[in-house]
Design a protein around this ligand. Sequence first.
Ligand code: B12
Ligand code: SF4
Ligand code: SF4
Length: 268
Amino acid sequence: MNIKIPLSDFLPWGVCSFCDIEERLIQCRAKSRIPKGAKSVIVYLFPYYLGDDSYKKLNISKYAVPDDYHIIVGAYLEKAVGELKERHPGNSFEPFCDNSPIPEVKAAVLSGIGVKGDNGLLINEKYGSFCFIGEIVTDLEITPTTASKTECLKCGKCKKACPDGAIGDGFCKEKCFSHLTQKKGELDERSAEFIRKNGCIWGCDNCQNVCPMNENIQVTPIKEFLESAKSEYEFGDSIEKRAYSWRGREVIERNLKIMCCNDNKNEL
Ligand code: B12
Ligand code: SF4
Ligand code: SF4
């Protein structure tokens, strides 16, 4: 059936059948929240690109510049779930984002809201790959939206820009900088040198920054991302609501030390 989709007036959205992703579900604790008899997944994109000027003075990945997306996306999804429950009281609706059993890139491609880039990320025509993915799983049978195009330009630029060859025939998580900057414990000198060279103490945007499909993209329409973004930090600023705080203070401090002191064992 066709239903009124909440948030559809300003966010890219689509719907895929739950059975099309059921075999690829990610094993995680959140899996137990999937409604019994799930039939459809409403997939949303939450664009976060703030415009190039917002990133000039920063050494963190673009996705971590505004407040933590788990909080902001979570609030939007909760609101959408509230509306859906009111209109369809006999059905179940469960929101997920990132910490989700749904392989989100796949679900977004199947829903027709973008293509899968060779960098592994979902790329939307209007907002590029700088979009988070969030979804609502329901036992309501909703007519799926379809994809007309599923592949990127295949130009190879992301593969070339990837510092340690994480993008190959498949994806090597251990070689991905984004993973490296989140890893707990002391980093070996090779990893520390990579962080220094890359100039980013949290996450990595190399494979997105070079992507031609990210040229001339639009700035996010989400006011919470725009308003919470900081273009510089002052000593003593709280990092509590930032996307890099979930790993604990030690990890981000270690990366900062590596960057500032050219030695991951030095003091700041
Ligand atoms: C684990 C994880 C990571 C791991 C491993 C990523 C990986 N590619 O395997 C690490 C920590 C490295 C990571 C990094 C990043 N992540 Co991440 N991550 C996830 C998470 C939680 C699960 C992904 C997963 O394991 N899927 C399971 C498999 C079965 O799904 P799949 O669709 O078949 O394929 C995925 C991968 O296997 C991979 N892949 C499959 N085949 C191939 C082949 C090649 C050649 C490549 C390059 C990749 C690749 O790409 C898909 C997306 O990860 C998802 C959220 C979710 N629930 O999906 C977010 C998610 C994919 N991440 C996200 C983001 C933003 C990032 C970063 C850009 C953050 C940053 N700036 O540093 C980087 C990008 C790295 C990259 N190029 O993929 C977003 C992506 C949004 C988008 N537009 O696509 C997601 C969807 C979270 C969200 N809700 O918004 N991530
Ligand atoms: S995020 Fe960085 S390290 Fe990871 S795949 Fe992209 S370019 Fe490579
Ligand atoms: S850089 Fe080229 S190959 Fe890589 S995701 Fe973008 S369009 Fe695809």
